[in-house]
Design a protein around this ligand. Structure first.
Ligand code: 2RA
Length: 353
């Protein structure tokens, strides 16, 4: 026996990583793991920790007896079903955008604000957006000591943040361009993709992604900001508990399959040295410091993808801005950025059920 865990969206990209994470754990606290998905995927068999489980269709009864229900489904599905799970007695841990900014729903990164797990008036806990999440462990550690005041970030976001279709598109573009002398004349990448049957009008991205960078992620919001940039601002404020934090973000998609990176420029109330920052990063178990500029050692997505920690490097004291650090983080957007953080919240809940 033990608590019952449900995984809603078990057959999706992040759901699959959640199962990988559970399969990789030495032990899990669950007496039962229940896999739930759309009726289309019901009946599918998936092996979890050596046991073949049958995926069941999403229904109110599917939550009977469930203690913790992890959701990785589109916003509208979470908006409808997380409250149903909660009404049936489960705590819903939701990785969609449906509840993140709801004042009655805690937005949790366990190593930053685990204490907020216990106050959940709606029976729902939200998992942050992967872009915000990728820098939270580092910023949380610095904020505890030096009091964060201002944050300017540029993201370098991987295709997989846009789902499987976005990954497929990036690979297709790379294949279509491989071996060709393109990227030397304005428009030649677009034209080559079009000639290969890959017009940008069919892409999840608003411009070619291969051999390019695209300063756009999410949807258009007021005054030219994207949804992704506003999430970085609003979610950072909520997670760190600094409602007045000054934040400015520019979110950019890069031709990387998985692992988001961010260039962070963070200003604190007090002076902070590189040595002090290094020490805090080294003490934080979910961070790995890779910062030896003389040896050209720093994190890159290609070197960290598939791992659980967030990697931090290029830590510098800003030359012209007092009390300010610049640094670079890389985190696997499907693991800590989504599945792992959600699962860590679920395990943390077990100690507080
Ligand atoms: C992205 N942050 O990278 C989004 C995914 N939730 O597109």
């Amino acid at each position: 026996s033990g608590p019952v865990l449900a995984l809603v969206g078990a057959t999706g990209a992040v759901g699959t990583v959640m199962i990988d994470i559970m399969n990789g754990r030495e032990s899990v606290p669950w007496g039962e793991i229940r896999l739930i998905a759309s009726p289309r995927s019901a009946g599918k068999k998936i092996t979890v920790r050596g046991e073949e489980l049958t995926v069941i269709a999403l229904s109110p009864e599917a939550f009977d007896g469930v203690d913790v229900a992890m959701f990785d489904v589109p916003d509208e599905v979470s908006a409808e079903w997380a409250p149903i799970a909660a009404a049936r007695g489960a705590v819903a841990v939701d990785n969609s955008g449906a509840f993140r900014m709801d004042p009655d729903v805690p937005l949790v990164v366990p190593e930053v604000n685990a204490d907020q797990i216990s106050v959940r008036p709606k029976g729902i806990i939200a998992n942050p957006n992967c872009t915000t999440l990728s820098m939270m462990a580092a910023l949380g550690a610095l904020h505890r000591e030096f009091e964060l005041r201002e944050l300017v970030v540029a993201s370098y976001q991987a295709a997989s943040g846009g789902g499987q279709a976005a990954i497929d598109r990036l690979y297709a573009e790379i294949s279509a361009l491989a071996g060709k002398d393109v990227g030397v004349r304005a428009g030649d990448v677009r034209e080559t993709l079009e000639a290969a049957g890959l017009p940008v009008s069919d892409s999840p991205f608003p411009a070619p992604l291969a051999l390019n960078v695209v300063p756009w992620a999410g949807s258009l919001k007021d005054d030219g900001w994207t949804s992704e940039e506003l999430k970085v601002r609003n979610e950072s404020r909520k997670i760190l508990g600094i409602p007045e934090l000054k934040v400015s973000a520019t979110c950019v998609r890069v031709p990387v399959v998985t692992t988001h990176s961010l260039a962070v420029h963070a200003t604190f109330a007090r002076e902070v040295t590189v040595e002090q920052a290094h020490k805090l990063f080294e003490e934080q178990p979910s961070l790995v410091l890779v910062d030896d500029p003389a040896a050209l050692k720093f994190p890159t997505p290609a070197d960290v993808v598939g791992g659980d920690p967030t990697y931090v490097g290029r830590v510098r004291q800003a030359l012209d801005f007092p009390n300010t650090l610049d640094f670079f983080v890389c985190g696997d957007n499907l693991r800590k950025g989504a599945a792992l953080n959600t699962y860590e919240i679920a395990e943390e809940l077990v100690t507080r059920l």
